[in-house]
Design a protein around this ligand. Structure first.
Ligand code: ADP
Ligand code: MG
Length: 219
């Protein structure tokens, strides 16, 4: 079972994981309304499909006016999107997420998955986040930090510190990452998930961590 980004972010918010404000819309008109409700003067329009790689396929666009929000929403809602993660399929776009546009300082990667070999939940993280993590895993695996969580003891503070310092975060950010990882771990266990991927987890211009994208799978 897959979740859309906006559904995954609703769960993130319930577990105390910071996400940009956003509203989902199924028509161009509703998209404008959603942007108006969010306020501000810059938004990101994001096609809601069960696949990553949307950015490179025209499914994530910055809009600098309500008219641009309308136009991008109209374009995405009438497109079929095919990314390197859709396995050759063209997916229809039934809804778009209108999200507040965030000023990004840098993009990191964080995921939690079931490690079948060790029978535990494993976190993987990297300072080399953004869209090309698969490439990083292939060519520079040393840039990926791995943490295996003991099922009985649960996630330990030293483990999120290892992840945070490995990602090159400062003290404040390491504390923020600790909260994010315990939130993710709680969500993962409570909902019996098989994968959570945050790509990118970003540092904004004020130095704070924020989950900009969210992918959740459950068996
Ligand atoms: P996908 O992984 O499907 O390409 P993402 O949600 O990761 O989609 O978006 C792709 C890129 O677009 C991100 O790496 C980020 O640079 C940018 N982006 C996404 N959401 C926002 C946002 N709310 N504000 C600013 N930039 C964003
Ligand atoms: Mg992404």
């Amino acid at each position: 079972m897959n979740f859309h980004e906006y559904q995954a972010k609703e769960l993130f918010a319930q577990y105390g994981i910071p996400v940009p404000a956003g509203n989902v819309a199924a028509t161009p008109l509703a998209a404008v309304e959603a942007a108006r409700e969010l306020g501000g003067d810059m938004w990101v329009v994001k096609a809601q499909v069960h696949a990553g790689g949307r950015g490179k396929a025209g499914g994530v666009k910055l809009a600098k006016s309500l008219e641009e929000v309308r136009a991008e929403a109209e374009r995405m809602l009438s497109m079929k999107i095919s990314t390197y993660q859709t396995g050759g399929l063209e997916l229809p776009v039934d809804s778009v997420l209108i999200a507040e546009a965030v000023d990004i300082e840098s993009e990191l990667y964080l995921s939690a998955l079931v490690d079948r070999v060790h029978s535990c939940v494993t976190f993987m993280g990297s300072a080399a986040g953004g869209v090309d993590i698969e490439q990083v895993a292939r060519t520079e695996p040393e840039k990926i930090i791995t943490v295996n969580v003991n099922n009985t003891a649960g996630l330990q503070p030293y483990q999120s510190r290892k992840m945070g310092f490995g990602m090159g975060l400062n003290g404040m950010q390491v504390r923020q990452l600790g909260k994010i990882m315990s939130g993710l771990y709680g969500l993962f266990r409570d909902k019996d998930l098989s994968l959570i991927e945050v790509n990118p987890l970003i540092i904004d211009k004020a130095g704070n961590l924020l989950a900009l994208d969210a992918k959740i799978n459950a068996d």
